[in-house]
Ligand binder design. Structure first.
Ligand SMILES: [Zn+2]
Length: 73
C-alpha cells in the first residue's frame, strides 16, 4: 500500500516496536510484524496483529509488572 503519511512510497514488510503507557505501567513491544514505509518510517499493523498486541499488553498489565520490554508473541 501507499504510505498514508508521506504518500511517497509503497510500504514494505518489516517489523516495528510500539510503546504503551498507562499510569505507572510501561511496556515496549518489539518485533511486531508490520508494513513499514521506507521513506518516513511510519508503520501499519493489520487487524490480526493489532488484536494480538492488545491482548498481549492486556495480560502484561493484569500481571502488574510496570516496566516491560518484550517481543511480540
Ligand atoms: Zn511514509
Amino acid at each position: 500500500m501507499i504510505c498514508l503519511v508521506c504518500r511517497e512510497a509503497q510500504t514494505i514488510s518489516g517489523v516495528t516496536s510500539i510503546h504503551f503507557e498507562r499510569d505507572e505501567f510501561k511496556a515496549l513491544i518489539r518485533e511486531i510484524p508490520a508494513q513499514v514505509c521506507p521513506v518516513c518510517g511510519e508503520s501499519y499493523l493489520n487487524e490480526v496483529v493489532t488484536a494480538g498486541l492488545l491482548e498481549q499488553v492486556g495480560k502484561m498489565f493484569a500481571e502488574g509488572e510496570l516496566d516491560i520490554v518484550q517481543a511480540y508473541t
